[in-house]
Design a protein around this ligand. Sequence first.
Ligand code: AMP
Length: 127
Amino acid sequence: MPIDPAAPYDDSNVFARILRGEIPSKKVYEDEFAFAFHDISPQAPVHLLVVPKGRYVSWDDFSAKASDAEIAGFVRAIGHVAREAGLVEPGYRMLANVGQHGHQEVPHLHVHLFGGRQFYEMVSPPR
Ligand code: AMP
């Protein structure tokens, strides 16, 4: 069920609980600004999620309210995770879903990193 990207941050969302260590995750990277882990339901041979540590519902929320340091730290962490996963030379796809039309399901900003195979269509056809 897509989330409302304009709703207040919900501290009970699953990624907030992962960040607090309340539920397990397969961590691949962590620093002051970001946390990265394997998607629980991978849609490619490599499917990683990178989340900011701050309480941001969506890309919209983050891009409007995060500090310059948080934005720089998050962007650098995404690049670092992709390089460490060996995704750069073969190439990869990164994606952030936002709200209803983006079909965002978890109300904590996350960037998907997909790799390990060739991708083609940029978006799914209309249903
Ligand atoms: P989105 O539709 O962009 O909000 O994507 C949410 C993603 O979170 C999906 O790819 C889910 O498979 C993934 N996900 C949900 N719960 C967990 C979890 N506990 N650990 C890792 N990934 C999760």
